[in-house]
Design a protein around this ligand. Structure first.
Ligand SMILES: C[S@@+](CC[C@H](N)C(=O)[O-])C[C@H]1O[C@@H](n2cnc3c(N)ncnc32)[C@H](O)[C@@H]1O
Length: 338
């Protein structure tokens, strides 16, 4: 039975969380999981394939194996574990792009400014980079590509929970506002064969979605239109539902009200907005949302409580009708015209 850790031991382990995160980032950069796809390999063999130093690679793999990512075999080779398998590219459960994106140096530079942010109330990302996140991406197109792919990879487990929890049968046209590469919209369209969709995002992202597998798949592309623009200016007109996953959490209240008002203006008389985000609950339970909230603090957004969503809706001329939980961490917050 594992020994129960004392508070100082537990605290030591918590303080080194970033060591593990950074080790996983290195493994993702070197595509070690892909190199082990065909079976266990020696460190020398792996190091030659990855073009790195064998001794350092051994220590990295040994440390990762100590937390369940990769395993050392009895004859001194390394192999995939179920956790390490998620770092492969091109598999349905791939977390590779997320593991790359979430620990890139541009993100670390912004986290370094968290203390400054809490002291001054200013946005750490702006302090680190001089521009907000989505403007940064317009200037760094490789980072934008990885960001888009990372959103798809983190959505793998989340997307199916949305059509499983919410009935889309009364809806004819669903607009995915800020829909990224379109993986959520494609999942919902697949589950609802009569539904039509519009994928809406910035032009640089729509150009990528056009080449990605989701809304271009047979059976989906015939029912799906792609449009580009800024949701601060307008959103496509005439939809009877506007879904936004991981959108409102990126922005401050004033910016969210602008987005919601634009959806309200564009939607049909009985139209709905469907916000897919964390709804922060009271209490001290472990929570993806409460940690993600700090990432949002860094970029100028926030995760919200039900009461905070209701207030945003009211400001945007909408009324919160219900919060539908999903089997994952996210909920669907439904609103109609007030
Ligand atoms: C956190 S991602 C969420 C993507 C997708 N909804 C998902 O859950 O995977 C935020 C999305 O908002 C888009 N976005 C940011 N600013 C925008 C704007 N002004 N107009 C339209 N889309 C925007 C980004 O390009 C990105 O695709």
């Amino acid at each position: 039975m594992p020994k129960k850790l004392s508070p100082p031991e537990l605290m030591r382990n918590l303080t080194i969380g970033y060591w593990i995160a950074r080790l996983i980032h290195v493994a993702a950069k070197l595509k070690l999981a892909d190199l082990l796809k065909k079976g266990p390999r020696t460190v020398e063999d792996l190091a030659a394939a990855a073009n790195v130093q064998p001794q350092a690679l051994y220590r990295i793999l040994r440390a990762l194996a100590s937390v369940g990512v990769f395993a050392e075999t009895k004859n001194g080779r390394f192999k995939l574990t179920p956790l390490a398998s998620t770092l492969q590219t091109g598999v349905p459960t791939s977390m590779h792009a997320w593991a790359l994106m979430i620990n890139e140096n541009w993100g670390w530079d912004a986290w370094k400014e968290l203390l400054y942010g809490v002291k001054t109330g200013e946005m750490p990302f702006l302090r680190a980079h001089g521009v907000p996140l989505f403007e940064y991406f317009e200037q760094h197109t490789e980072d934008l590509q990885v960001f888009g792919e990372s959103m798809t990879s983190i959505s793998i487990t989340e997307n199916p929970t949305v059509p499983a929890a919410y009935t889309f049968s009364g809806i004819q046209t669903l607009v995915d506002v800020g829909g990224g590469h379109g993986s959520l919209l494609a999942t919902i369209l697949k589950a609802n064969p009569k539904l039509k969709g519009i994928l809406y995002d910035q032009s640089s992202v729509i150009a990528r979605a056009e080449k990605d597998q989701h809304v271009t798949a047979k059976g989906i592309k015939e029912r799906c239109r792609l449009e580009s623009g800024s949701f601060f200016e307008s959103v496509p007109k005439g939809g009877d539902a506007y879904i936004m996953k991981y959108i409102l959490h990126d922005w401050n209240d004033e910016e969210c009200v602008k987005i919601l008002s634009n959806c309200r203006d564009a939607m049909t008389e009985k139209g709905k907005v469907l916000i897919v985000d964390n709804v922060i609950a009271p209490g001290n339970n472990p929570s993806w949302g409460k940690l993600l909230d700090i990432q949002m603090l860094i970029i100028g957004g926030r995760e919200r409580t039900k009461k905070e969503f209701a207030a945003l809706f009211a400001e945007g001329g909408l009324k919160l009708t219900r919060v539908v939980p999903t089997k994952g961490p996210l909920s669907i917050i439904e609103g109609v015209r007030a």
